[in-house]
Design a protein around this ligand. Structure first.
Ligand code: TH1
Length: 799
């Protein structure tokens, strides 16, 4: 079906593309080639490319309407979408047309493409996973919508001053956003505060949610889905007209400004809780707007509430959108007048919950007082859900007070708080962890009592990453070689085909070309000698991830250069990338220490050609796409039992980096698939770490027993790398919460083995190819297939 209503189709020849570009420059941007700036050219190119996806979007929407399918709705407070231009060029088949047309019109394609700003609407892995899942949902033709918040300010921009992280606001739409479709007519109303009277909840504050959407095209298919982002706008009523006419203009708009603060800024905390009321408001704002939108869409083709869970599954990305559970209860009971039992049954058939962590400090709880003030009716609903839950617990486990205490939605001590994870488990039909080990630990520790109550509720869906962005776009050279090796491009839609590369690991000429692609990617990064091993640790800064262990290794290498050059090993460039939460003091000390070590290493002529430490500021998706193809060694060295999954580990292995890692998160599955011989394993496993941690752990005993460890820590303690280094040493010699010293020797010895293998480049390359060949499982297409089979049960609809 052609839905263009007689409109001419957009052309696919260079001349036609150039004409469209010119026409958009003239009519939509309002300028001419003669006077256009690079920004004009960029915005115009974006519109021209976006237009090419519009017909596919129209056909997708029509097919969805026609079919009245089951929908997957993904609710997430974060989306880390990455730059849009390169992706939309690839997905619209204009990768070659666009630069040619720009050149023909006298613009520099490089200059124009550099103006594409990535929407940094997420912190790290959780937000990037959401973006990968949307990509795969579209690629698999699943009717799906992602819902999120359109923060005015994304994740802060990181800069270094005297080696210290400083944060700058990320005003990502300063120049506008050409990829966005505003839909102000689809606004929703959200209430806050107020009281519950005989007539129900009477909110004391009203805010509007205004949506816009971005296109989410599938790769190699017609489907174009959307991600819908809400922005807070003052309701008309919040302009104080009396003051306005009294000339108190600023006072009159104050309320409006307050309302719009809700979507002002992304909270920059990854895997730690930030218990601020504005954050809770953001969460309810997302949930309330999205549920009303979902219901509106349900009503296009359905009228019977009992069909709601048949046509709808709503995935909660961690606990951040968990208020959707009491909110849907409120809508069904208070507004739709369903009885409680029927509403509760519908709710529990509709929602599913993904848990992304094991860290106790990342499990969200909200003070009962705060929640009750902001959302009085929701607190009542939560209390009733809790009463019924605890009845069930007492019926299943009579006289078991400790279970009642653990399972309750309300924590009593030291302060009454609502446990969002318990609410999420109670109000959903499936709960999944994000890697095998993580899901096992969830049911044996965090959610053990829930797993005893509802064993069938728990499942695993191992994370994945999109090979389109993280192989094809990030690494075009290697992608072309893979396509040649496999004889087709089909691997981009079926990543398990990568296993076909394994035999080529034994082919010396293929190995030479593989190595040469790695070197090209390294040269493109511009870090000097592409013959040096590029050793990368790119991820958020968190003590459990143990950047401090990596820096101890660097210090040891540096000290060997001084006193035992024979033990040094091979030339290395060590690259760090990542941000620390602005209020996370210990993580910021580690950043400062790395920069001080980097400076000391750079200043010492003995390091020349052997050791280099680089730490580019502001690690983000754009930078990741440059670093990952160049990496030789991937550092995945968290304390076992702490990293839920990791996804950078997958991106690096897919691009032929070898992993040095602990048995944590998805590392376990990566090692299983690429083969133990092709993975550098070290350190305590999760049970050993747990037992050491819960016993009488003495970090000092490791310090005393190991000369190299002592020398490295002494250098830190003595201030060789500044005051921040002293703080890092103090924390390691004090509590060493994450067992860094316990794993040091095993890590160093394994790094020496890494260096020995590097000296045999043929062997290294063989292992590198086998890493790529073994990593096909880690496609987010496979992840989505698992979600479909185990949780979502939705079917493709092809436009
Ligand atoms: C991360 C996990 O730390 C990581 O292991 C996992 O691969 C990723 O999620 C995707 O599943 C998390 N990010 C956050 C962010 C917040 C709260 C909890 C987590 S867990 C804000």
């Amino acid at each position: 079906m052609d839905l263009r209503n007689g409109l001419r189709p957009l052309g696919s020849t260079p001349a036609e593309f150039e004409q469209d570009l010119l026409s958009n420059l003239y009519y939509r941007r309002g300028t001419t080639v003669e006077s256009a700036s690079a920004q004009d050219a960029y915005e115009t190119l974006a519109l021209t490319v976006r237009d090419r996806l519009a017909a596919r979007r129209a056909r997708t929407a029509a097919a969805h309407y026609e079919t009245n399918p089951r929908w997957v709705y993904y609710l997430s407070a974060e989306y880390l979408l990455g730059p849009q231009l390169e992706q939309n060029l690839l997905y619209s088949g204009t990768t070659d047309l666009a630069p040619a047309a720009l050149k023909a019109l006298g613009f520099s394609p490089e200059e124009v493409e550099a103006l594409d700003v990535e929407p940094g609407l997420g912190n790290g892995g959780l937000g990037r996973l959401a973006a990968c899942l949307l990509d795969s949902l579209a690629t698999l033709d699943i009717p799906a919508v992602g819902y999120g918040i359109r923060y005015d300010l994304g994740i802060f921009k990181q800069d270094f001053e005297n080696g210290e992280q400083v944060e700058k606001p990320d005003d990502w739409t300063f120049q506008g956003d050409p990829w966005e479709f505003p839909a102000p007519d689809d606004w929703q109303t959200v209430g806050f505060y107020g009281y519950v009277g005989p007539e129900g909840w009477v909110p004391g504050e009203i805010v509007h949610g205004e949506p816009s959407h971005l296109l989410v095209p599938g790769y190699g298919t017609e489907t174009v889905n959307i991600v819908r982002l809400w922005r807070a706008r003052a309701a008309q009523a919040s302009f104080d007209l009396r003051r306005f006419s009294a000339g108190q203009y600023a006072e009159a708009v104050q309320e409006a400004v307050k309302a719009e603060n809700i979507s002002k800024v992304l909270y920059p905390d990854d895997s730690t809780e930030m218990g601020r009321e504005l954050r809770l408001k953001q969460q309810y704002f997302l949930v309330s707007c999205s549920l009303r939108d979902i219901i509106r869409r349900f009503r296009f083709r359905n009228s019977d509430w009992s069909d709601f869970p048949v046509k709808t599954v709503i995935q909660l990305n961690d606990t951040h959108p968990t208020l959707a559970i009491p909110e849907l209860m409120r809508l069904l009971v208070d507004e739709e007048k369903l009885d409680w039992e029927q509403a509760w049954s519908l709710v529990r058939q509709t929602f599913a919950y993904t848990c992304h962590t094991l860290l106790p400090e990342a499990l969200e709880t909200w003070p009962v007082d705060m929640l009750g003030r902001l959302l009085p009716r929701h607190l009542e609903i939560i209390y009733r859900i809790n009463a019924e839950l605890l009845d069930e617990v007492r019926a299943t486990f009579p006289d078991d007070l400790s279970r009642v205490r653990n399972l309750s939605l309300i924590q009593e001590e030291p302060q009454r708080r609502v446990r969002m994870a318990n609410l999420a488990v109670t109000g959903t039909f499936k709960v999944n962890g994000v890697a095998e080990l993580h899901s096992q630990l969830l049911t044996s520790t965090t959610f053990a009592d829930f797993a005893a109550l509802w064993p069938d509720k728990f499942t695993n869906v191992t994370n994945g990453v999109t090979p389109r962005r993280f192989v094809r776009l990030a690494n075009p050279g290697l992608s072309a070689l893979i396509t040649e090796g496999l004889g087709s491009e089909d691997w981009l839609r079926d990543l398990s085909l990568l296993s076909g590369l394994a035999p080529l690991a034994d082919d010396a000429s293929f190995r030479a070309r593989w190595r040469s692609e790695k070197r090209h990617a390294k040269s493109a990064l511009g870090l000097g000698d592409p013959g040096a091993m590029l050793d990368v640790m790119i991820k958020r800064f968190h003590e459990y991830k143990r950047q401090q262990l990596k820096i101890l290794h660097v210090i040891t290498l540096y000290q060997r250069l001084q006193s035992a050059p024979g033990r040094f090993g091979v030339p290395r460039t060590v690259l760090f990338g990542g941000k620390a939460a602005p209020a996370y003091y210990a993580a910021k000390s580690i950043i400062k220490t790395i920069n001080a070590v980097a400076a000391a290493v750079a200043a010492d002529p003995k390091s020349s050609g052997l050791l280099r430490v680089v730490f580019p500021a502001n690690y983000n998706v754009t930078l990741a796409e440059k670093i990952i193809p160049a990496a030789d060694l991937s550092e995945q060295i968290s304390m076992a039992g702490k990293e839920a999954s990791g996804t950078g580990n997958m991106k690096l292995a897919l691009n032929g980096a070898l992993t040095i890692g602990t048995l944590d998160g998805a590392n376990v599955e990566i090692r299983d698939r690429v083969g133990a011989d092709n993975f550098f394993l070290f350190g305590l496993d999760a049970p050993a770490a747990l037992s050491l941690r819960s016993g009488d752990y003495q970090p000092r005993s490791y310090y005393e027993a190991d000369d190299e460890l002592r020398a490295a820590l002494d250098a830190l303690s003595n201030g060789v790398f500044g005051g921040a280094g002293q703080e890092v040493a103090q924390s390691l010699l004090g509590r060493d919460e994450y067992l860094t010293l316990a794993d040091y020797r095993s890590y160093i010895d394994k790094q020496d083995e890494v260096a020995a293998v590097w000296q045999n480049q043929e062997r290294w390359t063989r292992m590198s190819i086998l890493n790529t060949a073994g990593s096909g499982f880690f496609s987010s297409d496979r992840t989505v297939s698992d979600y479909l089979e185990r949780i979502w049960r939705a079917s493709p609809v092809r436009p």
